[in-house]
Design a protein around this ligand. Structure first.
Ligand code: TA6
Length: 296
């Protein structure tokens, strides 16, 4: 189903028979809503989000491509998140396919303007799938279509904003004892010392070579988000906390309490593609009651 969203921007709604749903804006291929079968929202979108190009949407799942953050010459987080994507009506086959699922295929090709700032031709195909149990799966395929024989490199992240009841009660599991780059300390490399990751101040870290499964436990809501990823070795953990939040115009003053970004990413080792070569990555998000998660 394609409808008009905020400010007339087009969005696609996927609905699954048990009642879960996903909303995706073509602007940015940006997932702005992911609801479970009880109509509960899993993603945070800022109360002050500006749905007006060229501003990216604050919240949901922005795509950072072809550059994560300001790690290169492009605008922060690259141009995919504020580009207009199209619906890909005839994508090459995806394997494996998730059975009994609903999905939409989106396509990003560089514009002439993009080519001026990043002189590489590519095809970025994104499949957004809502699985039979309400899981959200994002599958990326990025192909170098340069005709002049040149390779290109990029960094990447799914900048997921999870909705949490109270950041002070949230715990992240799966990143303990790993190395990370601390963005608040000039990206100096440290080794995590704690047992689990909890939050009581601004956090902006790039965890390196992380496991394929990371969990975000929201004790107050009795909900656990499970992140499964493939082809995305790194994981960014970000919460701006009170002071930084005040400097972000499209974030409400107390919004930081209700959000946590845990971002499946490829940052430390940029991806290099030769002409004709394709890179694939997969992110699968599920939300389960914590008691169920604990018992597993
Ligand atoms: O992923 C963390 C980060 O790179 C932070 O450094 C923080 O600034 C955030 O992303 C948001 O970036 P944005 O460009 O959307 O304001």
């Amino acid at each position: 189903e394609i409808t008009k969203g905020i400010n007339g921007l087009e969005k696609v709604i996927l609905r699954e028979t048990h009642g879960s749903s996903v909303e995706v804006y073509l602007y940015g291929a940006h997932v702005t809503s992911w609801k479970n079968e009880h109509n509960e929202e899993m993603l945070f979108v800022s109360s002050k989000a500006i749905f007006k190009p060229p501003k990216p949407i604050r919240g949901g799942i922005p795509i950072c491509f072809p550059q994560f953050s300001n790690l290169g010459p492009l605008q922060s987080h690259g141009f995919a998140r504020n580009s207009f994507w199209t619906i890909d009506i005839d994508p090459p086959p995806f394997t494996p396919n998730v059975t009994n699922s609903v999905f939409v295929d989106l396509l990003l090709l560089p514009t002439e303007e993009d080519l001026k700032i990043w002189p590489h031709r590519f095809e970025y195909r994104l499949r957004i799938t809502l699985g039979p149990k309400g899981d959200l799966i994002l599958t990326s395929r990025i192909k170098n279509t340069n005709t002049d024989g040149t390779p290109f490199t990029f960094t990447f992240a799914h900048h997921t904003y999870f909705s949490v009841s109270n950041i002070s009660e949230v715990r992240v599991e799966g990143l303990e004892k790993l190395d990370y780059l601390d963005n608040l300390k000039n990206r100096t490399r440290f080794t995590d010392q704690g047992d689990a990751i909890t939050f009581n101040s601004e956090t902006d870290k790039i965890y390196l070579s992380t496991p394929s499964k990371i969990s975000v436990l929201d004790n107050e809501k009795n909900r656990t988000f499970v992140i499964r990823k493939d082809g995305l070795p790194d994981a960014v953990v970000w919460n701006p906390w009170a002071e930084k939040a005040k400097t972000i115009v499209d974030l409400g003053e107390d919004d930081y309490k209700q959000m946590l970004c845990v971002e499946a990413a490829a940052i430390e080792k940029p991806i290099k593609l030769m002409p004709g070569e394709e890179w694939k990555a997969r992110l699968e998000l599920s939300a389960v009651p914590s008691c169920y998660f604990r018992g597993k």
